[in-house]
Design a protein around this ligand. Structure first.
Ligand code: SIN
Length: 287
C-alpha cells in the first residue's frame, strides 16, 4: 500500500494507504511531515485496540495522563470523552485548544471513535496558521510581541462559575464522573504564552489564543483585553475558509496539533451515546 496524504479544504489532510498497527519508519516520517504541515491528520477504516492506540501515541512523545477527564477503566493513559443518552452537555462543546492552561501545552491528541451516535456528533476544526495569515495587517501589528494569560480553573475548578459543574458532569460507563479533580484545578499556576507563536515543528506563525482558556492580554486593562480577544475570536469564528467539519465513521481517527488548530465537538445528538478515546501527547514551551 502506498501512503497518500490528501489535503482537505479548510484545514487538515486525510491519510490513506496505511494501517496504524504496523507503521514502518518511513510511514511514520510521512505522518510527521503531514502533521507539521497541516496541523491535523485523519485516518479512516482503522481497527485498533486500546494497546495499539497507546503504542501509536507513544511514537510521538510522552503521554499526558489527563488530570480532569475520567480515565478508561483499564488504561489510565486514555481519557474518556463520553456522552451518555442522559447527559445534556458534552466535553469540548465550544471552540478551544487543549491544555493551553499548561506551561508546556500538549503537542496534540489522538482521538479514536468507539461508539458513535446515529446522527450528529461531528467535530469542527480551524487552522490557526491560516487564522494568523489572514488577519488584517493592523491587527497583526496590534498583537505583535503581546502575551496572554491562560487558565483552566474556571473550566475544571469548583465554584458557581466553573464550566463543568462537578455535580452534574455525568456518568461514564463505569459509573464515574466525566470530569473531576476540581481541587487540582485550583492549584494550577496560570501560564502566559505569546499571542503569536512560532510553531515548534513547522516554524510557521500561528495565532495562539482560544475562547475557552485564554483569560486576558498581559498589560491591558480588562475592557481593552476583552475587545482585542473578541476581535481575534470573531476573525476565527467567521473564518469558514479555514474550518473543516469532520464526520466520524466507525474506524475514524483524528490527530490534531493543539498549537496550530482549534476544535469544537458539536453537541447535536441529544439522547444518543458517543464514546471517544483520547490520548494527549506532551508538548513544549511556546515562543
Ligand atoms: C475534545 O475536545 O477533545 C473532544 C473532541 C470530540 O469529541 O470530537
Amino acid at each position: 500500500m502506498a501512503v497518500e496524504v490528501t489535503p482537505i479544504e479548510g484545514v487538515g489532510a486525510e491519510i490513506s494507504g496505511l494501517d496504524l498497527k504496523s507503521l514502518s519508519g518511513a510511514d511514520f516520517d510521512t505522518l510527521r511531515t503531514a502533521f507539521a504541515d497541516h496541523g491535523l491528520i485523519f485516518f479512516r477504516d482503522q481497527s485498533i485496540s486500546e494497546e495499539d492506540h497507546i503504542a501509536f501515541a507513544e511514537r510521538w512523545g510522552e503521554i499526558n495522563v489527563n488530570r480532569f477527564f475520567a480515565a478508561h477503566p483499564d488504561y489510565p493513559q486514555i481519557a474518556m470523552v463520553a456522552k451518555e443518552p442522559g447527559d445534556t452537555d458534552n466535553i469540548g462543546g465550544g471552540w478551544h485548544t487543549d491544555h493551553s492552561y499548561d506551561h508546556e501545552p500538549a503537542l496534540g491528541s489522538v482521538l479514536v471513535a468507539r461508539v458513535l451516535p446515529e446522527t450528529g456528533g461531528d467535530t469542527m476544526f480551524a487552522s490557526m496558521y491560516t487564522a494568523y495569515e489572514t488577519l488584517p495587517d493592523d491587527l497583526k501589528a496590534e498583537i505583535e510581541g503581546k502575551y496572554a494569560v491562560h487558565s483552566g480553573k474556571h473550566i475544571f475548578g469548583e465554584g458557581p462559575d466553573t464550566y463543568y459543574k462537578q455535580s452534574d458532569a455525568g456518568s461514564g460507563e463505569d459509573g464515574s464522573n466525566r470530569i473531576g479533580n476540581a481541587a487540582v484545578a485550583a492549584t494550577l499556576e496560570d501560564p502566559v504564552h505569546p499571542i503569536v507563536i512560532t510553531h515548534p515543528l513547522s516554524g510557521k506563525k500561528a495565532l495562539y489564543v482560544n475562547p475557552a482558556f485564554t483569560r486576558s492580554v498581559v498589560g491591558m486593562d480588562e475592557a481593552a483585553s476583552k475587545a482585542l480577544l473578541d476581535k481575534l475570536y470573531t476573525h476565527v469564528f467567521q473564518g469558514n475558509a479555514f474550518h473543516t467539519r469532520f464526520k466520524w465513521q466507525p474506524g475514524s481517527i483524528a490527530m490534531w496539533d493543539n498549537r496550530s488548530t482549534w476544535h469544537w465537538a458539536l453537541n447535536d445528538y441529544q439522547g444518543q451515546r458517543r464514546i471517544m478515546h483520547r490520548i494527549t501527547i506532551e508538548g513544549c514551551a511556546l515562543n
